[in-house]
Design a protein around this ligand. Structure first.
Ligand SMILES: [Fe+2]
Length: 218
């Protein structure tokens, strides 16, 4: 299937998200709608096939597919190598919907046991581990600690964020062994291409969605 046949599913996803942001009153409601929309997107076999060409994001990187100029939500991609060990982190005040597109991952969620009043201290308890298969979307509220562990094969996820975090605010990085938390910058975003909202929907999805044309921080 050609790119032009494959990519409109992504364009529809963006349009539906913009409708949700326009219609719904708060971020939780928007992201719950976004979770449903992302569940459909990551079940799409043509996008899954296309993602096989996406480059690895090893080295704390994210592909940046789209950042909405009006509403600020961002769509990232992550490509993990087999057996990738994920660290425990949060996404500060942003909401995150993490959707498995290809491969499998273990999605870990942690509960914070302390009240956060002691600088640099965080006591966490592993609360759940969910097997993530293609089509699974984990919705992570603000400041919730979590980790994604790679499976036995390469895995790919599409991430909807209520806003881009990297380069804007620091996020939490936790050690459950030493009960510590520190604030660090998020993964480096690798822009794929910014889509002009003004020309949609007549304009097809950029054909270079699957092939980042330039590298660097946003
Ligand atoms: Fe995360």
């Amino acid at each position: 299937m050609s790119d032009t046949k494959r990519l409109p599913v992504f364009e529809t996803f963006i349009q539906d998200l913009r409708s949700a942001w326009s219609e719904l009153p708060n971020m939780e409601a928007r992201m719950k709608r976004g979770q449903k929309l992302l569940e459909e997107l990551v079940k799409d076999s043509t996008l899954r096939e296309a993602s096989k060409n996406w480059p690895s994001t090893e080295g704390r990187k994210n592909l940046l597919f789209y950042e909405d100029p009006d509403y600020g939500f961002a769509i990232n991609g992550v490509v993990r190598v087999a057996g990738r060990k994920g660290s425990i982190h949060d996404h500060a005040h942003s909401w995150t919907a993490y959707g498995l597109l290809d491969g499998t991952e273990s999605l870990e969620r942690y509960r914070r046991l302390d009240d956060g009043s002691k600088e640099g201290y965080a006591k966490l308890k592993l609360e759940s581990v969910t097997q993530g298969n293609p089509g699974k979307v984990d919705l992570v509220p603000p400041f919730d600690a979590h980790a994604e562990q790679g499976g036995p094969t390469r895995s790919v996820a599409v991430i909807l964020r209520s806003e881009r975090v990297s380069g804007k605010v620091l996020q939490g990085s936790y050690s459950i062994e030493s009960n510590t938390v520190r604030r660090i910058d998020g993964p480096t975003n690798i822009p794929v291409r910014r889509t002009s909202r003004t020309k949609l929907p007549a304009r097809p999805i950029p054909t270079n969605l699957l092939c980042p044309s330039r590298l660097g921080r946003t």
